[in-house]
Design a binder for this molecule. Structure first.
Ligand code: CP3
Length: 354
């Protein structure tokens, strides 16, 4: 034992946690569950602690990151914590002037659209996001046997914010660059994959037990374009982390036609939104990958009976995969009743008991 923690015992407990075991396709005592955006506006204690503090600033304060990350773990009894941060944190650290506007999302002051603009996105070593490492170390101590998931945005989703200047429905400028200037496109995504790798390595060195690569908006692409313009860059990130030996989760929204390719990008677990049943997803992804998902976040507004019926269906369909991590099909909606989430965790644990 070293200090207050027996680090070897904690590491082996984390390796043996239901969450990590399910990611690896190993047998579990119950299906593990966590929620994308479990830390956030659905929790009154989150709204209170964030009062008067900007989103990016709160991501840079390890004490605040630690407290906000722990809030849903205390409340819901989820099987994993997810680091409180944002996909644009490493982009800001790379020199891009941006803000996260409440109710809108990331807004980039001067979008990146030319080779000259690319100079404003500097490579990072990881030191620029040292505050994230500090938060992860603090959290690893506080969480004990509960795994902490680190994360980053995938190159395509990050590029979409940089090129559009903010959220988009059509990704017109993003796709225009992809089709019309493939050399610039690949240079931008290569730089983003390097930044993403540095951000994730900082989290891994500080002690996260798994990582999730969010390619939230990849579903805007055809499979052909995804394979040519996106997959090699996501594969560089996921492949670059293979030696860490921790589970890698890859998630996007509206990705039914991309699920096979997303598995090929090098993830251990493929996240699935609510549109594709998990048994069908498993057929598309193949037996080498666990799946994560996929209750429709809107179901939580339909009352307890419907939540339980739909959760039972998700659990049944998830049995087709070698491993299943229960989650929503996308993030918790801000208006969600937190008690409905707590009850859902309890229901998943009891219903999936082996
Ligand atoms: O609990 C968790 O899941 C961890 C925290 C987390 C946040 N952002 C906190 C956050 C995670 C994993 C993210 C990732 C993220 N950020 C993604 C990928 C996940 C996804 O939803 O597909 C994307 C696309 C972003 C970009 C972004 N940041 C958006 C679209 C928004 C929402 C804007 C809004 O106000 O509706 C943000 C801001 C943001 N990130 C909030 C939180 C809790 C809300 C800000 C606030 O509370 O004021």
């Amino acid at each position: 034992a070293t200090g207050p923690w027996d680090y070897d015992a904690v590491t082996s407990a984390l390796n043996d946690s239901p969450f990590v075991r399910a990611c690896r396709g190993q047998d579990v005592p119950h299906t593990p569950v966590w929620f994308m955006r479990q830390a956030g506006r659905s929790l009154p204690e989150y709204r209170k602690i964030r009062e008067g503090i900007g989103m990016l600033e709160s991501c840079r304060r390890p004490d605040l990151v630690t407290e906000i990350t722990l809030q849903p773990v205390r409340r819901h009894n989820v099987d994993a914590a997810i680091l409180f941060s944002d996909i644009v944190v490493p982009i800001a650290a790379a020199g891009v002037d941006l803000d996260i506007v409440a109710g809108t999302g990331p807004v980039v002051a001067e979008p990146i659209r030319t080779a000259a603009d690319l100079e404003r996105l500097r490579p990072i070593t990881g030191e620029e996001v040292a505050f994230v490492g500090a938060a992860v170390r603090q959290l690893a101590g506080e969480l004990g046997k509960t795994p902490l998931i680190g994360f980053a945005g995938a190159p395509f989703t990050l590029a979409s914010y940089l090129i559009e200047g903010g959220p988009s429905r059509t990704y017109t400028r993003t796709k225009a660059m992809m089709y019309a200037e493939p050399a610039l496109w690949h240079a931008l995504l290569t730089r983003l994959s390097g930044i993403t790798l540095a951000f994730l390595r900082t989290q891994i060195e500080a002690g996260v037990s798994a990582i999730q690569l969010f390619d939230s908006w990849a579903g805007a692409l055809s499979e052909t374009d995804y394979r040519e313009f996106v997959l090699p860059h996501s594969a560089a990130v996921l492949g670059g982390l293979a030696d860490a030996g921790i589970p890698r989760i890859h998630f996007g929204v509206g990705t039914a036609v991309l699920l096979g390719a997303m598995g090929e990008a090098g993830a251990d677990v493929v996240g699935v939104d609510w549109r594709t049943p998990l048994d069908r997803a498993t057929t598309l992804i193949g037996p080498a990958h666990a799946v994560q998902g996929n209750l429709d976040p809107a179901v939580l507004f339909a009352g307890r009976e419907v939540v339980e019926r739909e959760a039972r269906r998700v659990l049944e369909q998830g049995r087709a995969a070698p491993g299943h991590v229960f989650n929503l099909g996308h993030g918790v909606l801000p208006e969600t009743d937190p008690d409905a989430l707590t009850r859902l965790v309890e229901f998943v644990h009891v219903t999936s008991q082996r």
